[in-house]
Design a protein. Structure first.
Length: 212
């Protein structure tokens, strides 16, 4: 049986993630909006969008507690951008009422690249992704301020961006992390047509399924 990977479909760039997961092959991608749909998946992608809105919709759709429980129970999860914010144990510059799913022992700073910097792009060396560097598109993105002992940093912002500009305060910040079955990127690999980060997640899902 091929693993079923859900894409949380409350808000954000759901279609792009469904396409990127499907492109990995040997997995099935389905949208998840209800608790019963969450029960039926082996893993979940949490897309980019707006973490405060998604947090509110998770409560409205009665998904917050079931999803927290699945993640605490070891379900593989991958969050991009707003998804990373939701998975983080702690958020700086969040809204006071914004809820966390947990699962990732990191502190993230929301809108960290600066309010004026809507979007920022660079190439990243990414542990676990072979070949060319990964083109990373950041859109009002968070970065990781600190990581717990169990968290592996997979990619950080280089001093010089792809265009040769100095990355300034962003230089050296962790922007891709993994803790066991939980993967997160501050950027949006679903927007570039390069599906290697999704392929990494699909491999994690298969490896973890094979291990039980
Ligand atoms: N700034 C957004 C938030 O706080 C994230 C942006 C994104 O997902 N592109 O959720």
């Amino acid at each position: 049986m091929v693993p079923v990977i859900g894409v949380l479909a409350l808000q954000g760039d759901v279609r792009e993630h469904v396409a990127a997961v499907t492109a990995c092959g040997d997995v099935r991608a389905v949208p998840v909006r209800r608790p019963s749909e969450l029960d039926a998946v082996d893993a979940l992608v949490i897309p980019g969008g707006e973490s405060t809105t998604m947090s509110r919709l998770l409560e409205t759709f009665d998904l917050l507690d079931p999803l927290r429980k699945r993640i605490a129970g070891g379900m593989p999860a991958y969050g991009s951008c707003a998804g990373m914010i939701l998975l983080a144990n702690e958020v700086l510059d969040g809204r006071p009422d914004q809820q966390q799913l947990g699962g990732l022992d990191v502190v993230v700073r929301r809108n960290a690249f600066g309010r004026q910097v809507d979007s920022f792009e660079t190439d990243l060396e990414f542990t676990g992704v072979a070949g060319e560097p990964v083109r990373a598109v950041f859109i009002r993105a968070p970065w990781v301020e600190s990581t717990g002992a169990e968290v592996e940093v997979l990619a950080s912002v280089p001093q010089r961006t792809a265009s040769g500009a100095d990355a300034g305060a962003a230089a050296g910040r962790a922007v891709a992390v993994r803790q066991g079955p939980v993967l997160a990127t501050a950027f949006h690999p679903e927007l570039t047509g390069d599906t290697r980060v999704h392929a990494l997640f699909c491999r994690m899902v298969r490896d973890l399924a094979a291990a039980v």
